[in-house]
Design a protein around this ligand. Structure first.
Ligand SMILES: Nc1ncnc2c1ncn2[C@@H]1O[C@H](COP(=O)(O)OP(=O)(O)O)[C@@H](O)[C@H]1O
Ligand SMILES: [Mg+2]
Length: 275
């Protein structure tokens, strides 16, 4: 059963007001892993649309197929059935129009400096000249507050700083959709909150389109303007909700707590199987 978003948040307009063309269409996607012993169904008939300027969140418990879905959108995994398209064109593999930021802190080659890390994909995938790549890399490193660390090597940085580099590297590519798979989950609580605030500030400045994966209800409500709730393994769509009215200031407010409780019920209470 898919809950009506307006029933939960009646005043919600949903997506970013300025832009509204559909960028990403995920239609009845089934994803499977074929191991030697068995077939693991990761998602079942998942459909959603992401519009320009959305901060679209996939929320569900561990093992419900969020990372698999993100990998399918990134083009690393092909759906067993269903389709994924970007700007009306089917996704058949990875591309510079979809860049992923992962949770792990080791996603930066350790032998490259911060600046080289951000420049490298600009040179290879975007085919920018050295001067242009450097200028763009410095621009985004400044945006994430790392202008003073351009010559540092990743192992000298904290986890939060490494994630900032990964975010700068992804944004510098100016992808059609920025994909983030629990990018702050391995950070301490204070740093996580700071990174969420910074991500939202960056979004205010540049209005990129974001597809963000998390298992945290609070993070989903704060980061997202729309949330797709997925049931436990295999992931099916439980509901789609609007959440653009929430920010960190909402913590502790009664309507925020009610939404957390409501989502918790939708995620974990037994419902009749769909189909
Ligand atoms: N490489 C793999 N081979 C087999 N099964 C996998 C593989 N990766 C993930 N799975 C299974 O697919 C399901 C979805 O995994 P995943 O997408 O990582 O979930 P989530 O990101 O929501 O925690 C889980 O049951 C997981 O065990
Ligand atoms: Mg995952």
């Amino acid at each position: 059963m898919v809950a009506n978003p307006s029933a939960l948040f009646p005043d919600a307009a949903g997506r970013a007001p300025a832009v509204s063309e559909r960028l990403l269409a995920v239609d009845s996607v089934n994803l499977e892993y074929h191991t030697r012993e068995r077939i693991v169904r990761a998602t079942h008939n998942v459909s959603f649309d992401v519009y320009g300027g959305d901060r679209f969140v996939l929320l569900g418990p561990s093992g419900c197929g969020k990372s698999t879905l993100l990998k399918a959108v990134a083009g690393f995994i092909a759906p067993r059935s269903g389709s994924i398209s970007l700007d009306g064109k089917p996704v058949h593999g990875p591309g510079a129009d979809r860049i992923v930021v992962f949770q792990e802190f080791d996603q930066l080659p350790p032998w490259k400096t911060v600046l080289q890390n951000v420049m490298f994909p600009l040179r290879t995938a975007k085919k920018l000249g050295r001067a242009e790549a450097k200028e763009r890399a410095l621009h985004y490193l400044e945006k994430v507050g790392l202008a003073a660390f351009v010559d540092a090597y990743p192992h000298t940085l904290s986890g939060g700083m490494k994630q900032r580099v990964a975010i700068a590297r992804a944004l510098a590519m100016e992808p059609r959709v920025l994909l983030m798979d629990e990018p702050f989950a391995a950070l301490d609580a204070l740093t996580r909150r700071k990174m969420q605030e910074e991500l939202l500030r960056l979004w205010e400045e540049t209005r990129f389109t974001l597809l963000f994966v998390t298992h945290s209800i609070e993070e989903a409500l704060v980061v997202g303007n729309r949330i797709l709730l997925l049931s436990p393994h295999p992931g099916r769509v439980r509901a789609e909700l609007n959440s653009h009215q929430y920010s960190h200031d909402s913590f502790g407010r009664i309507d925020f707590q009610r939404s957390v409780a409501h989502i918790h019920r939708l995620l974990f209470e037994e419902t009749e199987p769909v189909q």
